[in-house]
Design a protein around this ligand. Structure first.
Ligand SMILES: [Zn+2]
Length: 389
């Protein structure tokens, strides 16, 4: 009943609006569209009565007063996944003879988004490229370029995304755009790296750092390229820089650092790094690496060290390491009980996700540089705290 009442009110107001505009053609309308209209619309949408919205659309005459409503309705249809309806509404707006240039650009941008949602990437691309070349220096330029970058990102055409991204970054200082442009360079670099094309790969990582000096992926990638070329000393420098950029990534950096150190100076420099870094920013990866080193030289000290560090920085992974140390020392029943406990904690830590998106909360066992859920770049990081690092 409520729905029909709202629908009736909505249609009635829509009819009054249309009538007002058709009878008072020469007078500018005095009032904006009543709020009830939108409230009714919201109610209808929440109840997901698509037919009701269709009737609603039909009740509205397209004119300058209802332009924004039509635009909004088209977008709502797209968000609900009813792309064809969105395209119909946006195309009917474009067919209006009195549409202003500004309104035309607004509709074309929405239409490009419709095409992208429908998977009609060629059509979206043509429309946007045409707009980008004809509407230069309008207020919509950065929005158009951003949509084009969205398109090339979706297609994984990284070179095109970088090219348009460069143009876009001349128009905006948006952090999000800066971040993703750096990651596009990293994607290019990663592909070149697979073919062992070290020089252009390294250049793309450096370009990424020029665009966004905080891009830790670029530093880690550059270090990988350097160690691929046998330049382990330079690789160590890059990895130490990465550890300064974001200490939260230490668990990702450590295995690479250990490998490079072993190739040039043995483990001495590596242990010194672990000790210094653990003083500044303790983490389970550092604590476990240090206690494993002490275990080889002084097992008693290794246990004392681990207990002290666990008080300072308690984690399940650290606790697992402590049980593993005690297991080697114990015998008989004690050893059996500890083995059961170890197994249990081992399963627990393996079941826990290692990485989490700081934007949307998505978590997983793998480090994704682009979050698979919210599609933002550089937002997935190693999990810290009791259950993490
Ligand atoms: Zn996310």
């Amino acid at each position: 009943m409520g729905l029909f009442l709202v629908l009736f009110v909505a249609l009635f107001v829509g009819w009054i609006m249309g009538r007002k505009n058709s009878t008072l053609k020469n007078k500018p309308p005095k009032k904006s569209i009543p709020k009830d209209y939108f409230r009714g619309l919201n109610h209808l949408l929440n109840d997901q009565h698509s037919e009701a919205i269709d009737a609603f659309v039909d009740s509205l005459e397209v004119n300058s007063e209802t332009f924004d409503i039509h635009l909004t309705l088209g977008n709502l249809f797209r968000k609900k996944g009813e792309i064809q309806k969105a395209i119909n509404i946006h195309q009917s707006l474009l067919a209006r003879p009195e549409i202003s240039e500004r309104e035309m650009h607004m509709v074309q941008m929405e239409l490009a988004s419709d095409f992208m949602s429908a998977g009609l990437l060629d059509r979206a691309g043509r429309l946007l490229l045409n707009m980008a070349s004809t509407s230069r220096k309008t207020e919509f330029q950065s929005k158009i370029l951003s949509l084009l970058v969205d398109l090339y990102e979706f297609e994984q055409s990284w070179d095109k995304a970088i090219q348009i991204g460069d143009e876009l970054l001349r128009e905006t200082t948006s952090k999000k755009e800066v971040k993703r442009q750096a990651h596009f360079h990293c994607e290019m670099a990663q592909n070149l790296q697979k073919d062992e094309l070290w020089k252009p790969a390294y250049q793309h990582y450096k370009d990424a750092l020029t665009v966004d000096p905080s891009c830790i992926r670029a530093s880690i990638g550059a270090a990988d390229v350097l160690s691929g070329q046998g330049r382990h000393r330079d690789s160590i420098k890059e990895l130490k820089h990465a550890a300064e950029q974001d200490p939260e990534f230490i668990s990702v950096i450590l295995p690479k650092l250990k490998e490079s150190y072993q190739k040039v100076w043995g483990s001495g420099g590596y242990i010194k790094f672990l000790q210094e870094y653990n003083q500044k920013k303790p983490s389970t990866a550092l604590i476990v690496a240090l206690s494993q080193h002490y275990m080889e030289t002084d097992p008693e000290y290794a246990e004392m060290f681990l207990v002290e560090q666990l008080r300072r920085h308690p984690t399940i992974k650290g606790f697992k390491e402590l049980i593993s140390l005690q297991l080697t020392d114990s015998q008989g029943y004690n050893q059996q009980h500890l083995a059961v406990l170890f197994e249990l904690i081992d399963q627990l830590t393996q079941a826990k996700h290692k990485y989490q998106c700081r934007q949307c909360g998505f978590s997983g066992h793998q480090l994704h540089w682009q979050c698979p859920s919210c599609k933002n770049w550089g937002v997935v990081k190693p999990i810290h705290g009791l259950e993490g690092e």
